[in-house]
Ligand binder design. Sequence first.
Ligand code: B12
Length: 489
Amino acid sequence: MKDVLLLNPPCHFSRGRPRTLERTGPNLGLLYLAAYVHRHSRAFRVRYLDCAPERLSLPEVGRRVQALEPFAVGISVASFNLQGAVELAEHIRRTRPDTFIFAGGPHLTLDPGFVERNPGLFDHAITGEAERTFLDSLERLLSGERLPALRAGEPVMDLDSLPFPDRSLTRRSAYQTGDMLLLSRGCHFPCYFCSASALRSPIRHRSVGNLLAEIEALLPVYQGRFLFSDDTFTRDRDLVLEFCREMKKRRLGIRWQCGSRVDMLDDELLAEMRAAGCEQVGMGVESASERLRRDVVKKGRFTNEDIRRVVRTCHRLGIRAGAYFILGHHTETPEELRATREMILGYGFYGVSVQLLLPYPGTGLFEIARDQGIINEDIIDRYAHGETGEGYGAYPIFTPPEMNVESLIREMHAIQRRFYLRPRMAWRFLHRDYRFPRELLLDARQFLSLVHSGGSVGRPYTYRKRGVRSPAGRTASSSRETGRARTRW
Ligand code: B12
């Protein structure tokens, strides 16, 4: 049997040590790849190394590669861990030059040109969903075939035919409580900052029976807490209703969270979700300005009154209603920014995540930033090689002409402080996490980070200004240290 080593890079390595934003859970994409290879081939034994949660330094990963002498390694590459992925590949090239390096993941899917622009970094990259294609490429390599630098992955249409992600390759205690699940793949909403719709198509979902089989298999291990990672969990209302009714029937007693949209939640659906164990829903609100949401973000036509209604319903039902906001939208005015601050503080959200805009390849925002001369591939490549600063915080931040990064960061921190540093928040988090010591510890650390730097409990950015500016002077790079994102408030 040939060993194949799948690597999940941290955002970057700082003096060899892995730095990341969060340790929510393992990389589900890599665990899907592993499960697929194990089910369909006896020629390969796949292993998985998650650098940040396992605190693996760059030399340590190198040593493990040396010791295992794998037939191939596979690196998962997202824009947020592009630096870490490059560092890993370069380290392996230096220490064990004959290692065959596969690569894939969202960044390469959205920016396949990265492979050509960085020749020799990876031996073979696969874009898009890769279960079937990864195994096919491994088999071709084994039979001595020469593989091209880049290949398009062929998505699996029937998601029920996929094996469940191979979680046996991970060490459960390296992650937060609970586990991630996917009901569907794909997204057709065109939000201008998000790459989801460019990432995968068409939209597919698993059957409720298949999902429940996975949940039942996980129940003994995962303390009955789950997080759905679907881009919009409630996109198919009937499917979710079926799931909820089946959950109630089987009395599984699990508690779960999901992400959705204001315009894809109604009273009946929320009530069914609650009865089926839903304890938290996150909604992308993005701004209090209906103009921005409709015309710039392309978020849809829900009104601020709709937001109030959904939050009230959640509150009545006992579901924690969280919301995601972004400051500094394209064409945003100071008045609109103020309105967002008021909404965050006044609408009764259980928790909020406040972020700035990062133009990812494959998004409408990237086009806007490129048209304005704010960003280009050169910046992506320089960021990837650490030339704009160390870490994910060195990724360029987009701001509208009349705002600057420093004032937006100040505003973000001020809002987060005012939101989270309220006595009722301490009670909320204690009440939510008192049975989970690891979560309580994280809450405490995040609370301190909030007091200390303004980083939020949900998204503790810790920016250090670096003064790197784009030619247009409208983006700046900064360093952002540990923090977590979208799942918690
Ligand atoms: C769940 C999720 C999270 C979870 C956990 C992620 C984790 N543990 O890996 C949480 C909530 C923590 C999270 C956080 C963040 N996330 Co996130 N997240 C997702 C989400 C919704 C689902 C990921 C998933 O499971 N997909 C399903 C699997 C099957 O697909 P996949 O991972 O793409 O893997 C397939 C292929 O890519 C390929 N593949 C992947 N790796 C490899 C490797 C090789 C060798 C090969 C051949 C193929 C291959 O094959 C896989 C199987 O088909 C995606 C959106 C999405 N729809 O994918 C965003 C997404 C990946 N996240 C994104 C971002 C930006 C973030 C944050 C930076 C957000 C923030 N501002 O804080 C943080 C950073 C987290 C960190 N690690 O530091 C972006 C990345 C964009 C980009 N250009 O890279 C995405 C695409 C969302 C978006 N729409 O823009 N995230």
